[in-house]
Design a protein around this ligand. Structure first.
Ligand code: OFO
Length: 170
């Protein structure tokens, strides 16, 4: 059975993952309203990925005979200045999530919880990928600058993204 201190920390992380999902859905709405459908598609899939992260922790707690606890989720921001501002917000958000995952891994080490540490290794790797992807899009938007064609080329590329479901802890 999972220790209470770990369970509480994982439940806080579930709330953060669900907030992340809502934040990206809000970003999808922002892009869709501007008819940047490729950016909107990318954000909508990101929202699905975040929900799958929340479910990974949810299933893990159940497998460890713990109790997942669903809490109130704060409303996310609705508007951004421009696509670059929006993706910079996404990148900063992921950097905050990385810190949170690292704190969880530190706690698992302190508590000698090897099973949790193995789960968290997956998230540590995932965060490297998530930061790199957002960073790349921020850099591409900076390169495009005021160029509308640069923006539309990137929008077309981001249309290609598809959701690949993650295996759960079950
Ligand atoms: Fe964007 O990452 Fe979840 O964990």
């Amino acid at each position: 059975m999972i220790k209470t201190v770990m369970q509480e920390a994982f439940n806080k992380q579930i709330t953060k993952e669900m907030f992340s999902s809502n934040l990206y859905l809000s970003m999808a709405a922002y892009f869709q309203e501007s008819n940047l459908n490729g950016f909107a598609n990318w954000m909508r899939i990101q929202a699905q990925e975040e929900m799958s992260h929340a479910l990974k922790f949810f299933d893990y707690l159940l497998n460890r005979n713990g109790q997942p606890c669903i809490s109130a989720i704060e409303a996310p921001q609705k508007n951004w200045l421009n696509p670059l501002d929006c993706f910079e917000s996404a990148l900063h958000h992921e950097e905050m999530i990385t810190e949170s995952i690292n704190d969880l891994a530190d706690l698992a080490i302190k508590e000698g919880d090897h099973a949790s540490l193995i789960l968290l290794q997956w998230f540590v790797n995932e965060q490297v990928e998530e930061e790199a992807t957002s960073n790349e899009i921020v850099d591409r938007l900076k390169l495009a600058g005021d160029s509308k064609s640069g923006l539309f080329i990137l929008d077309n590329e981001l249309k290609q993204r598809v959701f690949v479901p993650e295996p759960t802890a079950k």
